[in-house]
Design a protein around this ligand. Structure first.
Ligand SMILES: [Zn+2]
Ligand SMILES: [Zn+2]
Length: 253
């Protein structure tokens, strides 16, 4: 694995996209390229999912690399990097590592999509307990044995939280001790955050209060990722996200 260095210029790229190689997307590589062009992107990083034991099927990596190398060669004017979104779970991460460690990825997002326990009990115990479990899982994921570039959608458990809207925020104040550990570990490991723009009109992760604390501790501007599973979602609301990040980190050069 020879990942892009920390300071690689990823402006103008959608750094989190999915295609038909993800079990929950049927977006063709050609459609993704077309959307990237239509949105005026400089390029994108393909980051299909692997979540060992959570999906009934996993990526055929031979086909994956063959396909994306062909697409890249056919579109030399776009910067296309071949990446992965690696789901981290304590129970399965060793198998995930075995599956991916010999493959030539250029960019890896490590994401927590599940806390320990079955899918139907993920939110049991209420907001505070659930979110603490989630942040703990993110802390574990920061010890992943594989190299990676970026922490995926920090705050993810908000996205599908079954709590009343007034009470689903994963705010910094309520979880500061744990979130500060995340910040410290992320900085020590040299991995970045992404600003993930998937979701409703004002929804993006991480939130402003977390990013302010991260910046105060020395953190740098997150990269942008739409988490697009379909062509219309590529670079979704990137303009607003850029303005939002400008407000916290100052204008991007
Ligand atoms: Zn994800
Ligand atoms: Zn994703």
């Amino acid at each position: 694995m020879d990942l892009l260095p920390y300071n690689t210029d990823l402006t103008g790229l959608d750094c989190h996209t999915h295609s038909r190689f993800s079990p929950d997307s049927d977006q063709t590589p050609e459609a993704l390229v077309k959307s990237a062009r239509a949105r005026g992107l400089r390029g994108f990083i393909i980051t299909d999912h692997i979540d060992v034991d959570r999906w009934s099927e996993e990526i055929d990596f031979i086909d994956y690399f063959k396909t994306w190398e062909r697409i890249r060669n056919a579109n030399p004017d776009l910067k296309i990097y071949i990446g992965l979104e690696a789901g981290f779970e304590l129970d399965t991460y060793k198998r995930t590592y075995d599956l991916i460690k010999k493959l030539p990825f250029e960019y890896i997002i490590t994401s927590v999509h599940y806390v320990p326990g079955p899918w139907y009990a993920q939110y049991d115990g209420g907001r505070i307990k659930t979110y603490e479990k989630y942040i703990d899982a993110v802390l574990d994921s920061l010890d992943a044995p594989w190299e990676f570039n970026t922490i995926g959608h920090f705050g993810f458990f908000e996205r599908y939280a079954p709590y009343p809207q007034s009470d689903w925020i994963m705010d910094y104040e309520s979880f500061a001790p744990l979130m500060n550990k995340v910040i410290k570990k992320a900085l020590a490991r040299g991995v970045r955050f992404e600003e993930n723009t998937k979701g409703g009109e004002t929804f993006r992760l991480p939130r402003a209060d977390f990013l302010q604390a991260y910046k105060a501790a020395g953190g740098v501007r997150p990269v942008l990722g739409s988490d697009a599973h379909s062509p219309d979602a590529v670079a979704h609301r990137f303009d607003e996200a850029a303005t939002f990040l400008d407000g916290i980190f100052g204008k991007a050069e």
